[in-house]
Design a protein around this ligand. Structure first.
Ligand code: DGY
Length: 325
């Protein structure tokens, strides 16, 4: 049986398949596959190892219904039509858990960068603007004791809340559909309405999945309810915020600034005005990008693929209902 891998991966990852008697084929071009190419290569394979932003929609799934498994090398699965995969009997794997701390660390890094305008200061030195010491220039804001608000408190939000409590003694509020009892018990987190989250957060960090309900939920209207000193952090999906509205909110002083690891659209254009704003820090979707975490994600993806090819349950399955059919 054969596995198609949609990016170049380290040899040790391919070796893990060959050791088990499976063949691999790998996409080596430095561009995304077109939908037609993805179908063509998937048709020649039994398992799909999907890295990057491949759209696994109903038409792909119908064309490739022979696939025994599709394993995403990501925790997010917003580009997959999960109900269609379930209907067609295809298990979808993902990589939860292993990237939570690393992604939370990226949100923490962005929060500090924005509070102290760190990326902007670096650019100012490059522009030759480090002249004399002015005690009232280059001022940031303190984080100690400020309120951290989390939109979508799951594993990643929990890790961020833990770091913020330890490092800056920050009280934590959150907005979720259900309660997060662990966060309430261990971190003293308090569940609030969405409106309260907007109004009370000094730092508002987004960790929700992208869905029809959450798409562009951070927009002109919601930014207008936030504190003028608030920092907005998004390490989840760019489409959770409306980027023009965010830019305007910062330009007009509706909020203080933003730290983004994800943009809307993505990738961000190099002339995106946000990139030149002093209280904005933007990263190119590197939330989980450490050597250690990426290896763990690939290893989980391998485990999911091998289980699927052997007709066993995936260790990390997004649509376990597929096994009830
Ligand atoms: C994830 O794991 O979902 C990351 O955002 C990478 O896409």
């Amino acid at each position: 049986m054969k596995v198609f891998i949609t990016r170049q991966v380290p040899p040790v990852i391919k070796q893990a398949f060959t050791d088990q008697g499976f063949q691999t084929a790998e996409w080596t071009e430095r561009r995304n596959l077109t939908p037609e190419e993805l179908i063509r290569y998937a048709k020649e394979s039994d398992g799909l190892f999907s890295v990057g932003s491949n759209r696994i929609d109903r038409s792909f799934l119908q064309e490739c219904r022979h696939l025994k498994v599709i394993a995403l090398c990501s925790v997010g699965y917003d580009r997959v039509d999960v109900p269609a995969a379930t209907e067609l009997g295809i298990p979808i794997g993902n990589t939860p858990g292993v990237l939570s701390k690393t992604t939370a660390d990226t949100a923490f890094l962005l929060m500090q960068n924005v509070a102290r305008k760190a990326l902007h200061m670096h650019k100012e030195i490059l522009r030759g603007n480090w002249d004399f010491f002015d005690p009232m220039a280059n001022l940031g804001v303190e984080l100690t004791g400020k309120t951290l608000g989390i939109y979508g408190l799951g594993r990643i939000g929990f890790e961020l809340a833990k770091s913020c409590r330890l490092a800056f003694d920050m009280p934590v509020i959150y907005h979720n559909r259900g309660r997060n009892e662990q966060a309430e018990k261990e971190l003293g987190a308090r569940r609030v309405s969405f409106d309260e989250l907007l109004r009370q957060s000094d730092i508002l960090s987004v960790h929700a999945n992208l869905s029809d309900e959450t798409r562009e939920v951070f927009n002109r209207d919601t930014f207008s309810k936030m504190k003028s000193s608030a920092i907005f952090i998004n390490t989840a999906r760019g489409q959770l915020h409306r980027e023009d509205d965010l830019r305007q909110a910062i330009e007009t002083g509706t909020i203080w600034g933003a730290g983004l690891d994800v943009t809307n659209p993505e990738p961000s254009a190099s002339d995106n005005p946000l990139l030149d704003m002093p209280t904005v820090a933007v990263l190119p979707h590197i939330g989980s990008a450490t050597v250690e975490t990426r290896m763990k994600m690939m290893q989980l993806t391998v485990a999911n693929i091998i289980a699927g090819l052997r007709d066993e349950k995936l260790p990390h399955c997004v649509n376990p209902e597929v096994y009830l059919r």
